[in-house]
Design a protein around this ligand. Structure first.
Ligand code: RNT
Ligand code: ZN
Length: 413
């Protein structure tokens, strides 16, 4: 009997059908952030990374051209099982020789190469306006700026991005999630917390008043509690973003690095599911702060996955990754983090969730604790290996990545 067959029997004793779990996992798409490949640099400006986010490390071989980034994405995707979507930022526009369009003037044509890339691979594309690393970010403000020229510039950027998002959806035939996140905030105690938020609200209203097809583009809004240099106040706080999303019928996005360290996104998912048709996530790993470490198979990642699966919400949650570690091989970062998300989902699909819920409802907390602990040592790894086998993806990816590093990455200057 194979290890998988053994595992299947063991899980069956808990009332879990491993084949069904594997089938369910096959249908889950994870949107993979392109920005792990080049430390969030992009191709449209020479500005260094700003906006209160930071990459640390200088591991050799980062992608510096669209061709390199595409090659690296291909390498990473070949080692990640299951369905994927490509998540792009506006700063990844690709211009022809001598051509340039500023953020307020980018157009679909500047993303045609990405569309070709995605279409050839049968993938959809998600999108993000880039409200950072640009000279029009003045005093750390964009859509909430008191300077009308600055504010309007960024409104225009949002409008152009909506058009590009719809273009992605139309070209690929797969809806596009367009996520808005702004870094805006203050380092020290503000005198006026209301006016910047009022301007952010007005700017979002202006962007969203552009007609777009709501079946094709899902606009999401990402909140954040603080950033580097923006420690005292962020305009797009959790309350602002949740309230705005609810009032406008757009989708709230939670990034699990964007809350106080003892607040857990896993606990917030069910609350939002009760009030939103769809919700969106940026899965990341903060270590002591919003550090964007690579996602690993830790308790909170498992718990987030459990909340999605046990609440039967796999088709209501847009799952995307968002982290950037420049201190290790970037392809290993991509592969490890995205595989982990899938792993955590499989782990959740292999839980006897109905049984566990029934124990809670009948107040049998003793059995609940014991069963939860017992399940932690069930042969999950054997089912995961079976998934990789069915998806035709290697189990040990390190050697391939090292080989690619030697043959391709270290040769880059
Ligand atoms: C920043 C947000 C945001 C960015 C990306 C690059 O704290 O998490 O989602 O990481 O847009
Ligand atoms: Zn994020």
């Amino acid at each position: 009997m194979s290890r998988y067959d053994e595992a299947k029997k063991i899980y069956a004793a808990y009332g879990v059908d491993t084949d069904k779990a594997l089938e369910a996992l096959e249908n889950v798409t994870v949107s993979v952030h392109c920005w792990q490949g080049d430390d969030v640099t992009g191709f449209d400006s020479k500005q260094s990374l700003s906006g209160g986010i930071q990459t640390t490390g200088n591991y050799p071989g980062k992608a510096t051209t669209p061709e390199e980034l595409m090659a690296d994405i291909d390498k990473a995707f070949s080692l990640i099982p299951g369905k994927k979507k490509l998540n792009l930022h506006a700063s990844y526009a690709i211009f022809e020789e001598g051509e340039f369009a500023d953020r307020d003037a980018i157009e679909p044509k500047h993303f045609k190469k990405w569309v070709d890339f995605a279409k050839e691979r049968g993938m959809g594309i998600d999108f993000n306006p880039t409200y950072f690393s640009h000279s029009m970010v003045k005093d750390n403000l964009t859509l909430s700026s008191p300077d009308e020229e600055v504010r309007k510039f960024w409104v225009k950027h949002g409008i152009q991005c909506l058009k590009i998002s719809q273009y992605f959806a139309e070209e690929t035939g797969i809806p596009c999630v367009m996520n808005i996140w702004i870094p805006d905030g203050y380092k020290d105690i503000p005198a006026d917390r209301l006016s910047p938020r009022a301007r952010f609200k007005k700017s979002l209203d202006e962007i969203l008043s552009t007609p777009y097809d709501k079946e094709k583009v899902y606009v999401t809004l990402e909140s954040k509690v603080f950033g580097i240099g923006l420690e005292s106040y962020t305009v797009g706080s959790a309350e602002f973003c949740l309230s705005y999303s609810a009032s406008k019928g757009i989708t709230p996005l939670m990034d699990n690095g964007h809350y106080h360290p003892t607040e857990l996104v896993s606990d917030k998912i069910s609350a939002l599911l009760l009030f939103n048709e769809k919700i969106a996530l940026h899965v990341t790993r903060g270590v002591r702060w919003d550090s964007d470490h690579v996602v690993i198979f830790d308790d909170e990642t498992k718990e987030i996955a459990k909340e999605i699966v046990a609440n039967d919400a796999l088709d209501r949650v847009f799952i995307a990754t968002d982290y950037f570690d420049a201190s290790i091989n970037r392809i290993s970062a991509w592969v490890t983090g995205v595989r982990t998300v899938k792993k955590a989902l499989l782990n959740a699909l292999l839980m006897p969730n109905e049984k566990l819920k029934a124990l809670q409802e009948s107040s049998d907390f003793t059995s609940l604790m014991c069963l939860q602990e017992e399940l932690k040592t069930a042969p999950f790894g054997d089912v995961w290996e079976e998934y990789l086998r069915r998806e035709n993806v290697v189990s040990n990816y390190l050697n391939e990545i090292k080989e690619y590093e030697e043959k391709v990455l270290v040769k880059r200057v």
